[in-house]
Design a protein around this ligand. Structure first.
Ligand code: FAD
Length: 545
């Protein structure tokens, strides 16, 4: 370009910049104003300095007339597009168009800049050699003194690499999601606030089964309560866990369900600016949770276990019956012995029966010997190993053991298990015996009431540091005086007392007390009887049955 012509263009550009700086359009990037200010601002830097600044800027800069005809292009423009400025000066910017940018994008571009607003967007450009690149473009209108657009300032950079990276990330994400979706196990990624960041089909299926309850929350609750694994501790400890079995009492026909869970702590994405340099800083963390359903195999194991429990309880029942019968005999024999003792003291003071002294002494000795032999015959309490127990599981065992009984008596069972319960440390057989006793009582009550609709509801829940099992029946209920007497040894209030020595509630109460709780009968309950069995989550004393 001849020098004269070049100078004329430069003057025109400088003039445009001065007008631009006099009234920059709203939204003009501050860097642009600052850069132009170097030339035209208060400091009145020499025009050459401004030109050098724009010329050497690492962004492709072009200045056009109001029809997008290029008046100026800097070195970065030449380098990026492959066109020398001689080749593009006077030509429309459309020389860069690869013709694959949708028309609506250009329409939006022109609509925006025609309204004297800044346009930012992405276009597909091609270089002189025909290769395409993705241009991130900003166009800023330059206004004349009358406020009309006289020039446009265009700045663009090649973001093909960024786009490729985004595409690759999106591709990898969809690959991971596709792989997770076909996996049969439940997979969820949760952050430290327990927010779900990612899940798969199996997770969504479980969500549909669990109604409104988010499965991840159920898993985290169960891991915490049943295995002592807290989310924050796992995340910050940096060590995951594998194959931890948990039980979820999700409402529905398949309840309860068992899963083996594994968790991998994963450092959270730290997109804070300062993390660019501080790569090692302790950030937040998430947990990748993988849960494999093992309900079917657990059911089979449970069936075998239940048979063992059935046998064990039958044995326990025999021992209990013997204990009750012998205890009752001791209790009953104590009465005549007391009478003999009273008669002997009367004989001592010379009453009518003074000459009966030796006979009474003999009777007393025989009686005491008989009581002693009964004490000897009384089976001792069995000491049971304590274990960490899930009360839902024990209630479930008892209900399944009683199924025949329910069916035979036409009783409807309404079992409302808390989805997640804290563990109880205690003696499984003693606790099952206690629960069985409460359920048997409920069966007897609804049967004796003779009503057409017989229902027993069993609920579990947590209150403070106690686990509660509530057994409700729609039988005749218990008045207040009876609710107290029922705990006395050998008290029997049933219409049909056969098979009841009156020791059951006494023994059940003892088991509950040994587990840091107790049994209460709610005599105010309307429409039947309600019994609460409370057990401490912290564990009780050594339990004897
Ligand atoms: P065109 O017919 O030129 O334009 C397509 C549509 O845009 C038209 O149908 C019309 O709706 C609208 N339009 C075009 N010109 C005007 C106008 N003067 N006034 C109002 N509406 C109009 N394009 C690129 O592809 N790559 C770039 O890097 C690029 N940089 C630019 C930088 C600046 C500073 C400016 C002002 C424009 C830039 N453009 C760029 C847009 C370019 O000028 C063309 O509009 C675009 O390339 C489409 O060209 P075309 O020949 O395919 O269609």
């Amino acid at each position: 370009m001849p020098n004269k012509q070049a100078n004329a263009v430069n003057d025109e550009v400088i003039d445009a910049i001065s007008r631009f700086l006099a009234k920059p359009p709203e939204g003009t990037p501050v860097e642009v104003i600052q850069a132009f200010d170097l030339f035209g601002g208060k400091r009145f830097l020499p025009p050459t300095l401004f030109l050098e600044t724009v010329e050497q800027a690492p962004v492709a800069i072009s200045i056009t007339d109001s029809h997008a005809r290029i008046l100026y292009a800097n070195a970065a423009f030449e380098q990026l597009t492959g066109y020398s400025r001689d080749e593009v000066l006077g030509k429309n910017e459309s020389v860069l168009s690869s013709k694959s940018t949708p028309l609506e994008v250009y329409q939006d571009l022109w609509d925006t800049i025609a309204e004297r607003r800044i346009w930012r967007g992405t276009l597909v450009n091609h270089r002189k050699d025909g290769t395409e690149y993705l241009a991130e473009l900003t166009i800023s209108p330059v206004l004349n003194q009358d406020g009309a657009v006289s020039y446009y300032l265009g700045m663009h950079r090649d973001i093909t690499g960024v786009h490729a990276l985004q595409q690759r990330l999106a591709y990898q994400k969809s690959l991971i999601e596709a792989a997770l979706d076909v996996a049969p196990m439940v997979v969820a990624m949760v952050d430290e606030d327990r927010k779900i960041l990612l899940d798969n089909h199996a997770y969504k299926a479980l969500l549909a089964d669990s109604g409104s309850e988010e499965p991840a929350q159920l898993f985290l609750g169960a891991l915490e309560q049943q295995a002592g694994l807290e989310l924050a501790a796992v995340c910050h400890g940096g060590v995951g866990f594998t194959n931890v079995e948990v039980r979820l009492d999700i409402k529905g026909p398949r309840s309860p369900r068992w899963f083996t869970c594994s968790g991998v702590p994963i450092p959270d994405l730290d997109d804070a600016a300062r993390s660019y340099f501080e790569t090692g800083r302790a950030g937040r963390c998430g947990l990748l949770l993988i849960a494999n359903e093992v309900t079917d195999s657990r059911r089979r194991i449970n069936e075998a276990r239940l048979n063992m429990i059935r046998a064990n309880m039958a044995e326990q029942q025999v021992v209990q019956t013997m204990r009750e019968a012998i205890s009752a005999s001791i209790f009953k024999m104590q009465a005549p012995i007391n009478i003999i003792k009273a008669a002997m003291s009367m004989a001592k003071i010379g009453g009518d029966c003074a000459n009966m002294g030796p006979v009474l002494s003999q009777a007393l000795a025989d009686g005491e010997e008989a009581i002693e032999s009964l004490h000897q015959a009384l089976p001792g309490p069995s000491v049971e190993q304590t274990a960490t127990l899930n009360l839902n599981e024990l209630v479930q065992d008892v209900l399944r053991l009683s199924t025949q009984q329910f069916l035979a008596s036409g009783i409807v069972i309404d079992w409302r298990a808390a989805p997640v319960l804290p563990s109880v440390t205690g003696s499984p057989n003693a606790l099952r015996g206690m629960l069985k006793y409460l359920v048997d009582n409920a069966v007897q009550a609804v049967t004796e009431s003779g009503g057409d609709f017989r229902e027993i509801r069993v609920e579990t829940r947590t209150e403070d540091d106690q686990v509660l099992v509530v057994v409700m029946d729609n039988g005749p209920g218990m008045p207040e005086y009876m609710a107290l007497k029922a705990f006395e040894p050998f008290y029997c209030g049933w219409e049909d007392p056969r098979g009841h020595a009156g020791m059951g509630l006494t023994m059940a109460q003892e088991v509950a007390i040994n587990h840091g709780g107790g049994i209460e009968i709610d005599s105010g309950f309307v429409g039947g009887c309600r019994v609460f069995a409370r057990l401490s989550c912290a564990g009780g004393r050594e339990n004897r049955t």
